[in-house]
Structure formats: C-alpha cells, structure tokens
Design a protein around this ligand. Structure first.
Ligand SMILES: NC(=O)c1ccc[n+]([C@@H]2O[C@H](COP(=O)([O-])OP(=O)(O)OC[C@H]3O[C@@H](n4cnc5c(N)ncnc54)[C@H](OP(=O)(O)O)[C@@H]3O)[C@@H](O)[C@H]2O)c1
Length: 311
C-alpha cells in the first residue's frame, strides 16, 4: 500500500515537472519545423513597439530585435542624450521609424498623464515592460538609501502596471497586441540582500501571469520573461576585472545571445527565461523544495554580500 502511494506521488511529481519544464521547449521546437509562413510581428500585433528602458541593456536589445523585424520602435527612458543616440542608431541600421519619449519613472504616478498623451497617437502592437533598477550590489536592507528603496517599487512595479492600464483599452478594441513583462529568475525564491528587488520581480511574475489569463479572451497575448544573469550595466559589478574573477562572472550571458533566443520566443510561448541556458538552471531549481531553493539563494547572495559590501 505504502509502495503504491509513493509510486503514484513519484509519478505525479515527475509528470508535473516534465509538463512545467518541457512544454515550452517542445512548443518552440514545433515552431522551428513549421513550414507555413507566419505573419510579421507588425502584421500580427500592430506597427509600433514601445520599450521602456529601451536605451540600454536588455531593453535596447529588444529595440534592435524588433526594429530588425520591421517594427517601428518607440523608446521610453530618462536620459534624452542616450535616447537620441540609440534611436538614430536604430533608424540608420534598419531604416525604420524610431522615436523616443523622455520619462523618469522614479517620479511616480504624476508622469503618466503626459506619457499617456504622448503614446495616444500610436498603434501600439507590442509593449515591452522592461524598465527596472536594482541596488548596485547586495546590501542589508537598513543600509539602503530610502530614495532607492522607493525607486525600486515605483520603477520596477509601478511603470509596468500603469503602462498596461494605459495600452490595454486600445489593444482590446483592436483585438490584438502583445505585452512582454520582464521579470527575473530572482522571482523564483526570496533573495536575501536583494530582497526588495526580488520581491518586485515576484510581483511582475504574478501580475503578468494573471494578466495573461485576463487578456486571452480578447486576443491579446502577455509574455513573462524571467532571465538569469545577463551582462548589462546592472550586473557590471559581477564582470571579471583585471586580476580578479568573481565566481558568478562565468554565468553572465552576453546580451546579444540573450536576445537571439528571447526574440525568437515572442508570440510563441507565454513564459520563458529568454535563454535556454537559464531555462536549464530554472529546471534544476524547480526540482528542489522551496526551502532548499531559499537556502541556495541565501548562500549565493551571502557570498556576494561579503565579497562586494563596503565595510
Ligand atoms: N541584467 C540582468 O542580469 C537581468 C536579469 C534579470 C532581469 N533583468 C531585468 O531586465 C530589465 C532591464 O535590465 P538591464 O540589465 O538591461 O538594465 P540597464 O542596462 O541598467 O538598463 C536600464 C534601462 O532602464 C532605464 N531607466 C533606469 N531608470 C529609469 C527611470 N527612473 N526612468 C526611466 N527609465 C529608466 C535606463 O535608461 P536611462 O539611462 O535613461 O536611465 C536604461 O535604458 C530590468 O527590469 C531588470 O530587472 C535584468
């Protein structure tokens, strides 16, 4: 009797793990071998892609990818000089219309009426909610600057939430659209010394999964992307420097490698890590019970804290 029960529990656990972790790779493989021609992203969703935090790192990579696929691109970020440079670069490289809107999401709710006005004329097919900030290095909560704590919530949580509120009505009336929400692998378990950042990403994952279900009946897709370490200015402190090689530096993925895979998943799967190597890491982590995952994250970030924190 006990053996049968354990066999059933074992079989169910294996099946649910396989379903959870192999479903997307299988769907992506099927797409790879499809012979029918698919509509372009602009035909499928609408001609403009709006990317928050599109002037650097992962957001800039999405901007290049979508422009290369023929979409018109509108970047939203804070620094007008950087925005001008990136939009000119995209325009010259791909010959598509690339514009920008300056907005500082750390200012909170007050910036959204103006941003809504600026976005109103565009047929927004794809919204990439990418903007995000992080404490520069792992740090104890009580040592964190209050302004940064507030920014983490305003930027990482507030921007995506309000922008979805702004774009969804028009997407619903067009009966098409794709919202891409950038979460993080750190949403997988609470992360000591990066606790607020990881909590904002857990919000993004929960918010995005719920929105996916809410929007499905209206023909609108919502994708949650949860990358591991990607080499951008956010993770620059982990990069190898002359004479020292932080242990995690080997795991930093080049942003170009990330976008090659993350871009391919657009419109095909509703959840992804963006890159297969991060998918494998998540697959292993998901074999473990939550308490053990928390232990692993605690160990990793305690090590980073001792390596990088100021005395
Ligand atoms: N890098 C990773 O390893 C990693 C892993 C998992 C998830 N993620 C997530 O991926 C997203 C992008 O990260 P990233 O590494 O590409 O970051 P990044 O290289 O630091 O780029 C951040 C972008 O956000 C903009 N931005 C920052 N603060 C802003 C503000 N207050 N208002 C408007 N725009 C602002 C920046 O523009 P300005 O220069 O104009 O401020 C820049 O374009 C984030 O949500 C992050 O949490 C990253």
């Amino acid at each position: 009797m006990i053996t049968t029960l354990l066999t059933v529990i074992g079989a169910l656990s294996v099946l649910s793990w396989l379903y959870e972790n192999l479903r997307n790779p299988v769907v992506l493989l099927i797409h790879r071998f499809k012979v029918t021609r698919e509509n372009s992203l602009a035909q499928k969703y609408g001609e403009w892609a709006v990317i928050t935090g599109g002037s650097d790192g992962i957001g800039k990579a999405y901007a290049h990818y979508l422009a290369q696929k023929g979409m018109k691109v509108l970047l939203v970020a804070r620094n007008a000089v950087k925005l001008t440079k990136v939009s000119q670069e995209i325009n010259e490289k791909y010959g598509v219309d690339c514009r920008y809107a300056v907005a500082d999401f750390s200012k909170g709710e007050q910036i959204f009426p103006q941003l809504e006005k600026e976005l109103a004329p565009y047929d927004i097919g794809i919204l990439v909610n990418n903007v995000g900030v992080i404490n520069e290095k792992p740090i104890l909560l009580e040592r964190m600057d209050k302004a940064l704590l507030w920014n983490l919530i305003n930027i990482n949580v507030g921007a995506a939430t309000l922008l979805c509120n702004i774009v969804i009505p028009k997407m619903k009336s067009n009966k098409r659209g794709l919202i891409v929400n950038i979460s993080s692998m750190s949403a997988l378990a609470p992360t000591p010394y990066l606790n607020v950042y990881a909590a904002t990403k857990a919000y993004m994952t929960s918010f995005s999964h719920a929105l996916h279900e809410e929007l499905k009946p209206y023909g609108i897709e919502c994708q949650t992307v949860s990358p591991g370490f990607v080499h951008t200015s956010m993770t620059e402190y982990l990069a190898p420097t002359e004479g020292s090689q932080a242990p995690l530096s080997r795991r930093l993925l080049k942003v170009n490698d990330f976008i090659r895979y993350a871009g391919y998943t657009l419109g095909k799967v509703s959840t992804t890590c963006g890159h297969w190597s991060h998918g494998i890491q998540v697959g292993f982590l998901k074999m473990l019970p939550e308490t053990l995952r928390l232990r692993i994250f605690t160990r990793m970030y305690t090590q980073l804290l001792s390596e990088f924190s100021e005395p």
